[in-house]
Design a protein around this ligand. Structure first.
Ligand code: THU
Length: 141
């Protein structure tokens, strides 16, 4: 699938650079798979995160979760777009749990950009990654 980059290149470049910088600090001694993520919020601010693993494997944190935590702690809650960066054979896609985490602070139209060292390889909406999602609208009033 072709990248859907209807955003100005500078906006994507800023996210890419933030994800590269965050990925450099990834703590991934077990998988050796370093991931960086960068969120642009509705205000235009950028928040980045990297994966942080743990000897107790399931306790490890994904890069997306770290970026969301940085965003929320800074007082922001609206993800306008997110770029995820890794070096692998296939474009990196958020795990199922992170798709759900993103859904809490994004919309079905929010773009998820998957990047490798050469730049964005694939861009999808959150609805494409997590259709028929469970969210606050699903809870009883
Ligand atoms: N990982 C992320 O940080 N984000 C993703 O979207 C997929 C996977 C991390 C979790 C773990 O530290 C490593 O990549 C290997 O699964």
């Amino acid at each position: 699938m072709e990248p859907r980059l209807d955003r100005p290149k500078e906006a994507i470049d800023r996210l890419f650079e933030a994800a590269v910088a965050a990925r450099a600090h990834a703590y991934a001694p077990y998988s050796r798979f370093a991931v960086g993520a960068a969120i642009r919020t509705a205000s235009g601010a950028v928040f980045a995160g990297a994966n942080i693993e743990n000897a107790a494997y399931p306790v490890g944190l994904c890069a997306e979760a770290a970026a969301i935590a940085a965003m929320v702690v800074a007082g922001e809650r609206e993800i306008a777009e997110i770029l995820i960066l890794a070096e692998g054979g296939e474009p990196i896609m958020p795990c199922g749990a992170c798709r759900q985490r993103l859904f809490e602070f994004a919309t079905p139209e929010t773009m998820i950009h998957s990047a490798g060292p050469a730049g964005v390889a694939l861009s999808l909406t959150l609805a494409e990654l997590l259709p028929h999602a469970f969210g606050r609208q699903s809870l009883a009033p």
